[in-house]
Design a protein. Structure first.
Length: 535
């Protein structure tokens, strides 16, 4: 036998028996499991409530929310995100055609679905998470929290200064006023000339009303940009002032640096990921340039989604603020966070020699030269605060040389996380540092002596540091990067979510919820043996 394989049925051949759509998909195709999951009783209550939002008495019958939600989630898992990509898939992908039973919604219907049903999408996320809880895929023994910058649907060129926006808005107000006057004159003239008959208008051209509507939308965006600048400046009051800039394309986004160091309009996407199977148990989006202050909202999100708080949470140093540590302790959640840059004067221990030297100071022992050399240092090369022992009963610090630093004064300092009430400890009279042989390694100016600051959250930090040094801390914290960071990699690389497709914080939040729901659905499908027993 020679030659190439020939088609079994030529395109021109008439067929006697038609094919069923059911036969087009193999019995073991993943789309069948996806369809079974979405039609299970686990989502019946949510979709029943969803159905009541539709008016089924007038107009054409709408597409069922289960079909459009399934189209979005299944499309996400296959890097199909835009409404036009999904519309094309409804015509060209057999698995999508099978999933929707041949229905072909257009791109405007698909796009409007997410815009109009953000709250319901959140309920769907919780339903998917509830299946994971019942199947034992979510333990809540350890939740890792982290954030990442995701580009907004706006370019760097859309970022303008406050002065430029105000100037632009002033010119636009004048153009709108002139156009409104022209439109009113035309309406009056046309009514006089044509009476009840509709006036002739050129095809393809924009009418005055359309031009006016476009300018008014632009005017609203500029006003929102100015409002966002004012809000961010008010929030940063007492701290380093923020730059008076905003995007005129998506005012809710914020110009932030990404990991490559480039500043462009971004959003801060937050995730809380369970250690058991990597299911996302908390998600959120905001315009905060840093992760500071995000831990408490994420723990509350976990509790709201799962019905209880996690036993332990871990995060990087940006989440380590005094108020956050205090709230975690109040809620009974164990935190595993390294010291932040603000507390860099705290111990940067690690070596056995350093820890042994610190322990000797805590015990009040006399240090030898090797122990003095091993004591932890701060960023200035001086002895760190952890090299001093705090005596709670006497409310005083003891330096490694055995001298006592007592309370001197109280100061107040405004930080990003709130007001810091600092108690300063030092020497009332002539400091003994002048005669200490180790003064150069401890004090900036030995004649003034060494001072130590202690704010109202220092006890919480001390307990955290002790926990981080414990066997549990050494075993728990290193797992953080293995739990949450691969989720961001999967979302950005595998799902292709490096830029949001919608504008405005509320629409972006709905899109982020949809992405996280798709990630969790993929995990349920990979653990179908456990999931099938609880549906």
């Amino acid at each position: 036998m020679s030659g190439f394989r020939q088609p079994e049925i030529p395109r021109e051949q008439r067929v006697l028996w038609s094919h069923q759509l059911e036969d087009a998909i193999p019995a073991d195709h993943p789309v069948r499991l996806f369809d079974e999951l979405l039609h299970s009783a686990a989502f019946a209550k949510t979709f029943a409530g969803w159905e009541r939002q539709y008016d089924l008495q007038e107009g054409q019958p709408p597409y069922h929310p289960r079909d459009l939600a399934g189209l979005y989630l299944y499309g996400m898992l296959h890097r199909l995100r835009s409404s036009r990509q999904l519309e094309s898939a409804c015509y060209n992908r057999l698995d999508v055609i099978w999933l929707l039973s041949g229905q072909t919604p257009d791109h405007s219907t698909i796009a409007a679905f997410v815009t109009n049903h953000g709250k319901r999408l959140k309920e769907l996320f919780r339903d998917v998470l509830a299946v994971g809880l019942r199947a034992g895929l979510v333990k809540l023994e350890h939740v890792a929290v982290d954030g990442t910058k995701i580009q907004a649907d706006a370019g760097r060129g859309s970022v303008r200064t406050e002065a430029k926006i105000r100037s632009w808005l002033g010119h636009l107000d004048e153009k709108i006023a002139a156009l409104q006057a022209e439109w009113e004159q035309n309406e009056h003239r046309e009514a006089t000339l044509f009476g009840d008959r509709a006036p002739w208008s050129p095809r393809g051209g924009r009418t005055t009303a359309q031009r006016l509507a476009g300018m008014q939308r632009q005017q609203e965006r500029l006003r929102r940009a100015l409002a966002e600048i004012a809000r961010r400046q008010e929030e940063s009051a007492g701290d380093k002032p923020v730059q008076a800039i905003a995007s005129t394309t998506d005012p809710d986004s914020r110009s932030m640096k990404d990991k490559e160091g480039r500043k462009k309009p971004n959003y801060n996407g937050q995730l809380g990921v369970d250690a058991a199977t990597g299911m996302i148990v908390a998600e959120g989006v905001n315009d905060a340039p840093e992760d500071s202050g995000q831990m408490t909202p994420m723990v509350a999100e976990v509790e709201g989604n799962c019905g209880r708080r996690p036993t332990a949470v871990s995060a990087d140093s940006q989440y380590n603020t005094g108020p956050e540590l205090a709230r975690l302790e109040e809620q009974g959640v164990e935190g595993y966070l390294p010291d932040c840059a603000e507390n860099s004067e705290a111990a940067k221990t690690g070596s056995a020699e350093t820890e042994a030297a610190v322990a000797a100071v805590q015990a009040g022992a006399c240090l030898n030269d090797a122990q003095w050399s091993a004591l932890p240092r701060n960023n200035e090369g001086k002895l760190a605060k952890s090299a001093f022992a705090y005596d709670a009963a006497a409310d005083a610090y003891r330096c490694p040389a055995g001298h006592s630093l007592t309370y001197v004064r109280t100061s107040r300092d405004q930080k990003k996380w709130g007001e810091a009430v600092r108690r300063q400890y030092g020497f009332a009279g002539e400091p003994p540092c002048v005669h200490c042989p180790h003064a150069a390694a401890c004090c900036r100016v030995p004649e003034k002596g060494r001072t130590i600051n202690r704010d109202q959250y220092e006890e919480h930090r001390e307990r955290l540091r002790a926990r981080m040094k414990s066997p549990a801390g050494r075993a728990t914290y290193p797992r953080r990067k293995e739990i949450v960071e691969p989720r961001f990699g999967y979302i950005k690389h595998d799902l292709g979510v490096r830029r949001f497709l919608r504008r405005g914080l509320e629409k972006v939040r709905a899109e982020w919820t949809l992405v996280c729901t798709a990630v969790n659905v993929g995990i349920l499908l990979r653990h179908w043996r456990e999931v099938s027993t609880v549906l």
